[in-house]
Ligand binder design. Structure first.
Ligand code: PRE
Length: 323
């Protein structure tokens, strides 16, 4: 009789689309040939994971020039919890693309995603003074609209699309100018999201990050310091902290935090318990390998072994053993 075998889990994917976004490129660095559903927005991508339509969704979270992506930060702070299972950092560079035959001098309106617009503003001012900006749902959506117009569809309402070089190629557009970003060497960080407890949850690697959303106690002097102390006293390095309005009332904020380490690490576990004690609410948003595989930066405090030893010592006392 053949021995029973366990079929490998095949995961399904979605990304902030359409085809040709940086989000698709980021996902392809992890799963090059996966069949993946393009979604029309960050919210739709997050919803596709929440509803179980797919296992994994890829969305942008942070750009080195324009900062956090609000739709992603807010989408992770409210609604059914999701966890980050991987991060991907890719370089971003933009082209000005147009329908074949259109010249730079013909471009009076350009379209792109707001995060991309913010990265090319000075180039536009210098090269196309007075050009009008038409917001698009993503960089690739603007290229897709020009391709649709070229194919006899709806007028796009603009002549120039600011998108990735590969999006211009994908949609058969001419490149009028390349590397138009104001800051060379920009990078965007993307996250792969899953439902908590899913097959994609990564074990500790020794070079991990943990993401959290922290809601402080209202009207409490020093509440932020108290929360940050939970990391400092355990020698845990923060890699990102930013505030977002909680949406409840004016002046109410939550903090989106990334720190070094994995929830399975003793010191990170203790910091999470400390936060739980001093904060109104703490949302765990996943532990996952660092994209740069860099080493975890520890403060000058106790070693990881010291945390483990202390826990075992306490367990022995509680168990009535000799210490
Ligand atoms: O994925 C895309 O192509 C997007 O349109 C999104 C996005 C972003 O939100 O930051 C991604 C990377 C670039 O920084 C510009 C735009």
């Amino acid at each position: 009789m053949p021995s029973p075998t366990t079929a490998p889990t095949v995961l399904s994917y979605a990304y902030f689309g359409p085809e040709g976004t940086f989000s698709e490129a980021a996902l392809r660095t992890v799963v090059p040939d996966a069949v993946a559903l393009a979604q029309s927005s960050v919210d739709a991508t997050i919803d596709a994971v929440r509803t179980g339509a797919v296992d994994i969704g890829c969305v942008p979270i942070e750009n080195s020039v324009e900062g956090g992506v609000p739709a992603t930060l807010d989408g992770l702070a409210v609604g059914d919890p999701l966890v980050v299972v991987a991060e991907v950092v890719i370089p971003v560079t933009f082209v000005l693309a147009a329908r074949p035959g259109v010249r730079l001098a013909d471009v009076t309106r350009v379209s792109t995603h707001s995060h991309a617009y913010a990265q090319v503003r000075r180039w536009l001012h210098a090269s196309l003074p007075g050009v009008a900006y038409v917001p698009a749902t993503s960089t690739a959506a603007s290229a897709q609209a020009l391709a649709g117009e070229q194919a006899g569809g709806e007028p796009a309402g603009f002549e120039g699309a600011i998108c990735a070089p590969f999006a211009a190629a994908r949609f058969g557009l001419d490149v009028l100018a390349e590397q138009i970003e104001d800051r060379a060497g920009a990078q965007t960080r993307f996250v792969l999201l899953a439902r908590p407890g899913s097959a994609a949850t990564p074990p500790p690697t020794g070079a991990d990050k943990t993401s959290l959303v922290v809601f402080l106690r209202e009207e409490r002097p020093g509440a932020l310091v108290e929360a940050l102390e939970q990391f400092v006293t355990r020698g845990i390095n923060l890699t990102r902290i930013e505030s977002r309005p909680s949406g409840d009332a004016l002046g109410r904020y939550c903090f989106s935090i990334d720190c070094d380490g994995h929830v399975a690490d003793a010191r990170v576990g203790e910091a999470l318990m400390g936060l739980h004690r001093v904060c109104e609410r703490v949302r765990f948003v996943g532990s996952y390998p660092r994209a740069d595989a860099g080493h975890t930066i520890l403060g000058s405090g106790p070693t990881e072994q010291a945390f483990v030893d202390a826990q075992q010592w306490l367990d022995r006392i509680r168990g009535g053993g000799a210490v």
